[in-house]
Design a protein around this ligand. Structure first.
Ligand code: DC
Length: 229
């Protein structure tokens, strides 16, 4: 890693499309990908496996420092497989229950500190796309391009519903909207590293935009900054 390796941060609330955009951007540019939300989800999942309470900051800090996790780029170039303690958990960490647990552990400062270096270690040539809540504000404050991606809560709930329908039993739009609002509130109001745009972030509202349109807007910023070499 060198300080010349470029990083593009993409922060925003859940369901804004940033995960999809970050993955596609990494693929287009041939850069590395950090899905930082997955680290918080993995910690919540591992806590369940090890019987650690989600409010036990000391035990969660130790667990976070020793998380045995591998991110493996999928052979079709789309997405990545996630292995925790030798077990594939790619899909298992994506449900709303783990999302809520992730949001709880993410509010603990000892946990965030324990995961900081692990996140920075993803920065490697030729570049990094970092997806999360505090990528531009805390983890990579010197990033040359910072995006803050939003969408209305209703639109985000609708997108989540379409993702989960048919995969998860009993999923309902009103309950997803409630969960999204509760998670936004927790992520934005927490004392440590709250979800907020960096002062120098470009704000994009994706409510009325397709993924492809969001991608094109970001790629034009990449080109205007000459980041992709
Ligand atoms: O992006 P996601 O839904 O996978 O994130 C899961 C939770 O982790 C989310 O509620 C907020 C938290 N998170 C965070 O606090 N900081 C990050 N950089 C990424 C995620």
């Amino acid at each position: 890693m060198t300080s010349l390796t470029p990083v593009i941060t993409i922060d925003g609330p859940s369901g804004s499309g940033k995960g999809t955009v970050a993955g596609l951007l990494a693929q287009r540019l041939g850069w590395n990908l950090l899905d930082s939300g997955a680290l918080y989800r993995l910690l919540a999942f591992a806590a369940g496996n090890h019987g650690v309470d989600l409010t036990n900051e000391e035990a969660l800090k130790v667990l976070a420092a020793h998380l045995d996790v591998q991110f493996i780029a999928a052979t079709d170039g789309k997405g990545q497989r996630i292995i925790l303690e030798g077990e594939e958990v790619t899909d298992a960490i994506r449900n709303e229950q783990i999302g809520a647990g992730a949001s709880m552990v993410a509010s603990l400062s000892a946990v965030r500190d324990a995961l900081l270096q692990r996140q920075r270690a993803f920065l490697d040539a030729p570049g990094l796309i970092a997806d999360g809540r505090d990528m531009g504000t805390v983890v990579f404050p010197a990033a040359p391009l910072k995006i803050f991606l939003t969408a209305s809560a209703e639109e985000r709930a609708r997108r989540r519903y379409l993702q989960l329908k048919g995969k998860v039993e009993g999923v309902s739009l009103p309950s997803l909207l409630d969960e999204i609002r509760a998670r936004d509130e927790r992520d934005m109001q927490r004392a440590v590293a709250p979800l907020k745009p960096a002062a120098d972030a470009i704000q994009l509202d994706s409510t009325e935009l397709s993924i492809e349109q969001v991608l094109e807007k970001i790629l034009s910023e990449v080109a205007s900054r000459d980041l992709a070499g």
